[in-house]
Design a protein around this ligand. Structure first.
Ligand SMILES: Cc1cc2nc3c(=O)[nH]c(=O)nc-3n(C[C@H](O)[C@H](O)[C@H](O)COP(=O)(O)O)c2cc1C
Length: 378
């Protein structure tokens, strides 16, 4: 099982939805990163289910840092973050344990792990396992923020309803990012938020679910990060984003939209802005040849409708080897999109920190002059 990611900043994920705990181990961080635990809590809060638009499983998601952290700073040894599960209703899964949920990982897990997998609540395939990723992402977002880099995501579309696009101007983008990062249901237009929430509630009341598209901007990304081929910004971020359960599409800049354009429409002309090289448009989403070009990195991530719906579904019973009807009873999200937002921000931050560490070494992850804070020692 491949549950690790990263060349320089390595993360290793563990846990099951209904097991004792979930968590993440982060290797390769510099010593001397002051962790803002309130920020980590706030990030985990954005992933928590709230209201009728989310699952009724309510977990406190209180985390413990059990290694690699001392006196408010990372020590440079593995940073291990641990979150206990507290609200498991495992009985909900007993009656349907041989009935494979369409579009979920029940059947593929059954094939791969031969019946030994923990099926309760989706086991290791549950969206719950993204909580530790958010904790790790919060650490990486703090590192990026210290360097002046902002990551923000809005719900560009949900249930067929579109949000307004990101602003083209950097000042607009930064303003939008600040608002989005403070909101639980991040849209640029409040009308879009209302309509999307209504559509999720309607889907929920008919036992159904909806999907959507998240659009992420990385602002103040310097030029020159990433590798030409396998370590390209696109390939590293895409690997992480496609690792998020329910993500089925990732594109950068215009992405699939490039296919219908001519070069004369698609190209981003270069222009000097003061002493900075910029592009007039940003169709390439801030990346050329796998390397950041200094424009905002723009990523779109498609999230499918939640597989577990409350309408009867056609499936198979893998024990009896016969066709069957499935009626789901557990607690599920009628939409994943708003909770996946912070997971996407986290994955982008983890990938970028790994790419920066590739270019500048792992000590880059500590703030400049962090050793000065230990004047008592040095
Ligand atoms: C934050 C989050 C919450 C999720 N909640 C649910 C849920 O309540 N019910 C469900 O069936 N799937 C949920 N999922 C999605 C499944 O975990 C995912 O669809 C499943 O593992 C199959 O993987 P795939 O969709 O990537 O093929 C959630 C995913 C995320 C990221």
């Amino acid at each position: 099982m491949k549950s690790t990611f990263g060349e320089h900043i390595q993360i290793s994920l563990f846990g099951e939805s209904h097991g004792a705990a979930i968590g993440v181990n982060i290797n390769g961080l510099a010593p001397g990163i002051r962790l803002d635990l309130d920020f980590m809590r706030a990030q985990l809060d954005k992933r928590k289910p709230k209201g009728k638009i989310s699952t009724q499983r309510r977990e406190a998601d209180e985390f413990e840092i059990v290694s690699g952290y001392f006196n408010g700073y990372t020590t440079g040894t593995p940073l291990c973050i641990f979150i206990r599960n507290q609200s498991q209703h495992s009985k909900d899964y007993e009656a349907t344990k041989y009935l494979m949920r369409p579009s979920h990982a029940d059947y593929t897990a059954f094939q791969k792990y031969g019946g030994f997998q923990d099926y309760r609540g989706g086991g290791h395939f549950s969206g719950r396992i993204t909580a530790p990723l958010v904790a790790a992402g919060a650490v990486c977002l703090q590192i990026l923020k210290e360097k002046g880099i902002t990551v923000a995501t809005h719900i560009a579309a949900c249930a067929g309803i579109a949000d307004e696009p990101f602003g083209a101007d950097k000042a607009d983008l930064l303003r939008q990012a600040e608002k989005l990062n403070d909101s639980y249901f991040p849209t640029i237009s409040s009308r879009a938020e209302q309509e999307m929430v209504q559509a999720i509630e309607q889907a929920h009341s008919s036992g159904d679910s909806v999907g959507g598209i998240l659009e992420t901007a990385v602002i103040n990304m310097p030029a020159g990060i990433g590798e030409p081929f396998f370590g390209s910004v696109e390939s590293v971020l895409a690997q992480l984003l496609f690792s998020v359960p329910a993500v089925k599409g990732v594109e950068f800049g215009l992405g699939f939209g490039f296919a219908g354009l001519r070069g004369s429409q698609a190209n981003d002309p270069f222009v000097m802005e003061g002493d900075n090289v910029c592009t007039v448009t940003n169709h390439n989403g801030g990346i050329n040849g796998g390397i950041s070009n200094g424009m905002p990195v723009i990523i779109r991530t498609a999230v499918k409708p939640t597989p577990s719906i409350y309408q009867p579904q056609q499936t198979v019973d893998v024990q009896k080897r016969e066709n069957a009807q499935l009626q789901i009873h557990g607690r599920h999200d009628p939409a994943i999109i708003h909770r996946a937002r912070v997971v996407v921000d986290s994955m982008v931050a983890i990938g970028l920190v790994d790419l920066f560490a590739d270019r500048y070494g792992y000590m880059w992850t500590a703030p400049d002059g962090s050793r000065e804070e230990r004047k008592d020692v040095f």
